[in-house]
Design a protein around this ligand. Structure first.
Ligand code: FMN
Length: 215
């Protein structure tokens, strides 16, 4: 597929078919995700791929913790955000809401869905060694970017799940991730459900004039 088409067509998938991903497809996806650049070619990214019953077990633990501790998806900002950021958040909600049943609460859908990897057959947990400074999160982000594009090109859908970082203790324990690894993000991966309206929602982007300056 042409790169521009992959980049403009791709969007997050929030409903998946109950179809397992063949191991070779997951291997290809990780191979392509790790073709990106990284500082001094350190390749700080590490992946824990959780599938099938293990993925469901992980989700049960995450949903329980999310409900007990009343945790919700949010911008994770350290101070109040300027209005234009809040406006983008509202626009995302406006874009997703029409595809949900009337009885479904938006925030609940996102919170429960995220902990459930939206029903995807695979959840990937990306970690980097704690020895790295936060600068290396850039490298990890590039790998996620490559992953979402490569997946789309392979007919797979993805949804990055930042919410997992609220449950690092639970994830460490269940997946034997040692303390010296920082849990950066989760990614839900699977075959998109073509009949689900949620998968037809396309979120907007700010015009370039709003995000770039030229000198
Ligand atoms: C770092 C990061 C964390 C995210 N965390 C979540 C999440 O926890 N739950 C969720 O439903 N979507 C999550 N998303 C998906 C974003 O909501 C989505 O990328 C954004 O709304 C733009 O939509 P698009 O991916 O469909 O283009 C995350 C995306 C990124 C890049």
């Amino acid at each position: 597929m042409e790169l521009e088409k992959v980049m403009t067509e791709r969007h997050s998938t929030r409903a998946f078919l109950e179809v397992p991903i063949p191991r070779e497809a997951l291997d290809s996806l990780l191979f392509l995700s790790t073709r990106g650049p990284s500082a001094i070619n350190l390749q700080p990214w590490e992946f824990t791929v959780v599938m099938g019953e293990e993925r469901q077990r992980l989700s049960r633990v995450l949903v329980k913790a999310m409900r007990e501790r009343n945790i919700s998806c949010g911008p994770d900002a350290v101070r109040p955000l300027p209005e234009y950021f809040m406006d983008r958040q509202r626009k995302l909600m406006d874009c997703i809401l029409p595809s949900l049943d009337k009885e479904t609460d938006f925030q609940e859908f996102i919170n429960e869905g995220s902990c459930n990897f939206y029903g995807a057959p695979a959840g990937i947990i990306l970690t980097i060694d704690r020895a790295f400074s936060k600068s290396r999160l850039v490298d990890a982000g590039i790998a996620v970017g490559y992953m979402v594009l490569a997946a789309h090109n392979m007919g797979l859908g993805t949804c990055p799940i930042g919410l997992v970082t609220a449950f690092t203790e639970e994830i460490r324990e269940l997946l034997n991730i040692p303390d010296e690894k920082n849990i950066v993000i989760g990614i839900a991966v699977g075959y998109p459900d073509p009949d689900s309206p949620i998968n037809r929602t396309i979120s907007e982007r700010a015009p370039i004039g709003e995000v770039a300056r030229f000198y």
